[in-house]
Design a binder for this molecule. Structure first.
Ligand SMILES: Cc1ncc(COP(=O)(O)O)c(C=O)c1O
Length: 378
């Protein structure tokens, strides 16, 4: 079904097409100089010593978990209101994700108080996710991590180049993991970054990105190396230069995209401010955000009413989504979990359209149609 107002739209034009064409014509299409350029550009943007570009954010999360030394017997505290990759990456190492609640319907970030309650002798790491591009309370997490000697791995898939109290989101913890998946703020179709300030961990990250091999095909092709050793069982988590050139083209638009999303967020806040029966998470929050998505939480009625409202919006040409079905309710994570706020929000959440080419008029139409839906299904 084609929607008049889709949930998301790409900001792609000849700039991206030319960037890819140039890389294809160069005949070096796998990981090479474009990737190095991408890493350098984002290291500078994020103010971090090392950026390692990878196939996707899930790979970055997995590598962070491996580099943090996680294994069977270990526990990692994660949110449940996130994409399943946040928890799956922990599982790949044999460690157990332990779900903590979010703060409230107004602030969907991982709740530091609940994190504290869920710390045990086995806890090794905390994995906060910056929901929608809004900052988790990183000072609190840093303090908790310090006290209990835990590693912080930030799932920064929703954010890119967002300043929070003088540091970029994704550079507060030992590791930050970013996504360039096709519906993200900027994209290379699939792609991701691992950021860290630690020299040794960065060196090891480069090894495990490519089978634990001590030299890369690019270095060998350039005559910089003729042989390689394998020092640990790594993975193939390499990005390629076609995607890196896409990400580089997108990077040149990033400031404009973030500025436009901020404007649209303000238009949404104005349009939704007087709508009865909903909570707009992060309403009036003065911290910076990437404004990756535009969530609302209906006040009552549960999943059935939420789905009826979404259907009404779809019938009127507006695509919506739910970020996210709570992970702890999926079959593979079934068990006893006490996450009342996550449970409530997951049943009442609707994600409205958000992308930089959305117009003020379209935001107005989304808000009006939402009012109609709330009135019809009251
Ligand atoms: C919060 C969150 N974490 C992790 C991921 C995984 O990212 P990727 O698709 O790049 O592996 C996503 C992407 O959809 C996400 O939204």
């Amino acid at each position: 079904m084609a929607f008049d107002i889709p949930l998301f739209d790409l900001n792609f034009d000849d700039h991206e097409v030319d960037a890819v064409a140039e890389t294809v014509r160069s005949k070096w299409i796998s990981m090479g100089q474009r990737t190095v350029e991408l890493e350098e550009r984002f290291a500078a943007r994020l103010g971090v010593k090392h950026v390692i570009a990878v196939t996707n954010c899930t790979a970055a999360l997995h590598m962070a978990c491996v580099l943090a030394g996680l294994g069977p017997e270990d526990e990692v505290i994660v949110p449940s209101l996130t994409f399943v990759a946040t928890a799956n990456a922990v599982r790949y190492t044999g460690a157990r994700p332990v779900f903590a609640d979010i703060i409230s319907a107004r602030n969907l970030s991982l709740d530091p108080d609940d994190v504290q309650r869920k710390i045990t002798q086995r806890t090794r790491a905390i994995l906060p996710m910056h929901y929608g591009g809004w900052p988790c309370p990183m000072e609190r997490f840093a303090q908790i991590a310090d006290e209990h000697r835990l590693v912080i791995i930030e799932d920064a898939a929703h954010t890119i180049d967002v300043d929070y109290h003088g540091r970029k989101l994704g550079t507060w913890g030992k590791f930050g993991c970013y996504s360039f998946f096709s519906n993200k703020v900027i994209t290379s179709a699939e792609g991701g970054l691992l950021a860290t300030d630690d020299d040794q961990l960065a060196a090891r990250a480069k090894l495990i990105r490519s089978h634990g091999m001590t030299t890369l095909s690019y270095q060998r092709a350039q005559g910089h190396a003729t042989r390689y050793d394998v020092v640990e069982p790594g993975y193939n988590y390499r990005i390629d230069d076609i995607r890196a050139s896409l990400a580089l083209a997108q990077e040149t638009k990033l400031d404009g995209i973030l500025a436009r999303r901020k404007e649209l967020r303000a238009v949404y806040e104005k349009a939704l401010g007087d709508v009865d029966g909903i909570t707009v998470p992060y309403m009036g929050m003065t911290e910076n955000s990437a404004n990756y998505i535009m969530p609302i939480v209906i006040d009552s009625g549960g999943e059935a009413r939420r789905d009826a409202i979404r259907q009404y919006l779809a019938d009127h040409g507006i695509q919506t989504s739910v970020h996210y079905p709570a992970i702890h309710r999926f079959s593979i994570y079934a068990g006893t979990h006490h996450l009342p706020t996550t449970d409530y929000v997951a049943d009442h959440l609707i994600t409205l359209p958000m992308y930089d080419s959305l117009t003020e008029e379209q935001v107005g139409r989304v808000a009006d149609t939402l009012q109609g839906a709330l009135a019809k299904h009251n």
